[in-house]
Design a protein around this ligand. Structure first.
Ligand code: 13P
Length: 247
């Protein structure tokens, strides 16, 4: 059976002492590993330390598209892999907007992740402007076409696609069930058209954007929602614990 996926994207939060406390609390949590894959994405600087301290699974929030070279401040997929991290986020809307990452760069990062056998969490999602103009599906389709649909069926089957409408990230404005299910169904249909039923259904499509203890159970029960990518609510043990038990 396909496992549900829950990612805790800690973004640029937590100092070492706070991180240690949260990690300790989360390590004692009894997650049903047969049905849920739980992955934490801490700041890159703490990644190796987290892996050494805990039995949980970790991923990087970003990678460079090259394996090595003169790229001051950057971290490669090969370096991430060498820490023991297993996943990477690529194409998060904050990378796209704050760091001006375009679809070409994101595609190169996708390839770097897969070439280094990292589990890929590919993020996509529209702005409020696109949603208001009813262009959200067209926009997400272009992100998929330019970021992941060049992959072989074998590769894409292992990917996780995170639908995160930009207007719902960190705003407290959660997308409604109709909007979430509509986009998740659309992404699944796009995958079916390209790769066929079996491969398309192996892909996990997760939702992110103001997911909290108040709405997670309802969201995770929607058709074609295979889990969540959690920002703010992942920084607190009680809320993260509740989210992990929301299936
Ligand atoms: P919030 O849960 O804080 O809205 O963040 C979502 C997100 O960006 C996860 O990657």
């Amino acid at each position: 059976m396909k496992k549900k996926f829950i990612g805790a994207n800690w973004k640029m939060n937590l100092l070492q002492p706070e991180l240690e406390v949260l990690l300790q609390e989360l390590s004692t949590n009894s997650i049903n590993e047969d049905s849920i894959e739980f992955v934490i994405f801490p700041s890159q600087i703490y990644l190796a330390d987290c892996i050494n301290r805990s039995n949980l699974t970790f991923g990087a929030q970003d990678i460079h598209s090259e394996n090595n070279g003169a790229f001051t401040g950057a971290v490669s997929a090969e370096q991430v892999k060498s820490t023991g991290a297993r996943f990477v986020l690529v194409g998060h809307s904050e990378r796209r907007s704050v760091f001006q990452e375009n679809n070409t760069l994101i595609k190169n990062k996708v390839n770097a992740a897969l070439n280094n056998s990292l589990g890929l969490v590919f993020c996509c999602g529209e702005s409020l402007d696109k949603r208001e103009k009813a262009l959200e599906k067209e926009f997400v389709l272009s992100q998929l076409e330019e970021g992941v649909l060049h992959l072989s069926g074998q590769h894409v089957a292992k990917c996780i696609i995170a639908y995160e409408p930009i207007w719902a990230i960190g705003t407290g404005k959660v997308a409604n069930n109709h909007q979430i299910e509509g986009m998740h169904n659309f992404i699944r249909e796009t995958l079916i058209n390209k790769y066929g039923y079996e491969i398309a259904h192996a892909v996990r499509i997760i939702y992110g954007g103001s997911c909290t203890t108040d709405n997670a159970k309802e969201i995770f029960a929607l058709n074609n929602v295979d889990g969540g990518l959690i920002g703010g609510a992942s920084l607190n043990f009680e809320s993260m614990n509740t989210l992990l038990n929301s299936f």
